[in-house]
Structures are given as structure tokens and as C-alpha cells.
Design a protein around this ligand. Structure first.
Ligand code: UDP
Ligand code: MG
Length: 142
């Protein structure tokens, strides 16, 4: 590869949400993640506390769905993961698919495993700034 064209290895925060854990989709989702060239650096099955959930989703605190979102993400075990790879923030968002599974493309995790716009199987950081912030919030797990 030419000088100046080296891809930057990034980390991103992935959550396999309680709906997908309850439906036993964890292994299939992680198979999709790994076969897309993303490394699962860390992985922890855990119950997310309401305090952490409210902090994690603070950007949505004024939205009408906020309390339902906190209730959902704390409703049962989730799998919190740190992924690593070249351009993995964007790559993993593309692999996740649209927030609303009705709008998600074929071959995406949400198209395959999401039940609804709220119970949508997975979370992924949406920017480098979000990734740093979200990994920091979840760092106590690892
Ligand atoms: N969400 C919801 N209703 C909505 C929009 C979002 O319940 O109308 C939930 C859903 O679980 C989503 C999360 O809130 O994944 C965060 O929303 P965001 O817009 O950040 O979507 P994402 O980044 O997860 O695609
Ligand atoms: Mg988001």
C-alpha cells in the first residue's frame, strides 16, 4: 500500500440488545460481525442498569421514546462488545442496517433479526466521538 493510504484501525461499541439475546441470536450476529472482518475485542453478557442506560442514551432524553428505550435495554441481559477493525465504526453501522428494520437492507443484522424500530437487535456507535464516549461508559464491564 502506498504511503498515506493506510487504513486507520478503530474501535466501536456494539450492544446485542435484550430482544436478540432472548431470541438466542447472539452467535449468528457475531458470526456476521466476524465474517465482515470485524474483530470482537471484548464481549460481556450483562444486565445494564437503569443509571447506565440513561447515561448511555442521554442524547435521546427529550425524545418521546426515551423511557421505553431505557425500560427495554434494561429488560434482560444484553451482550456489550468492543469491536475493532479498519473503518469499523462505519462498517459496523452499515452491517447493522437502518434503525427501523422495515427500512433495513437485505443482508443486514436488523433486516434479519430486528422485531421493530424499538426492539431492533443491536446498537452501534454512530461516530468516532460516540465510540469513545460509549466505550468509556461501558469500560467498567471489562
Ligand atoms: N428508538 C425507538 N423509537 C424510535 C427511534 C429509536 O424506540 O422512533 C430506539 C431504538 O432502539 C434505537 C434507539 O432508540 O436503536 C436509538 O435511536 P437512534 O436514532 O440513535 O438509532 P440507532 O443509532 O440505534 O440506529
Ligand atoms: Mg444512535
Amino acid at each position: 500500500m502506498d504511503r498515506g493510504e493506510r487504513l486507520v484501525s478503530e474501535k466501536t461499541l456494539c450492544i446485542i440488545k435484550p430482544d436478540a439475546v432472548a431470541n438466542n441470536f447472539v452467535d449468528q450476529i457475531n458470526e456476521m460481525i466476524q465474517s465482515n472482518g470485524l474483530l470482537i475485542l471484548k464481549s460481556k453478557k450483562t444486565d445494564i442498569s437503569p443509571e447506565i442506560a440513561r447515561q448511555f442514551y442521554a442524547e435521546h432524553s427529550e425524545k418521546p421514546f426515551f423511557s421505553d428505550l431505557v425500560d427495554f435495554i434494561t429488560s434482560g441481559p444484553a451482550v456489550v462488545q468492543i469491536l475493532e477493525g479498519d473503518s469499523c465504526i462505519t462498517n459496523y453501522r452499515n452491517l447493522m442496517g437502518a434503525t427501523n428494520p422495515k427500512e433495513a437492507e437485505e443482508g443486514t443484522i436488523r433486516k434479519k433479526f430486528a422485531e421493530s424500530i424499538s426492539k431492533n437487535a443491536v446498537h452501534g456507535s454512530d461516530s468516532p466521538e460516540s465510540a469513545v464516549r460509549e466505550i468509556e461508559i461501558m469500560s467498567a464491564l471489562f
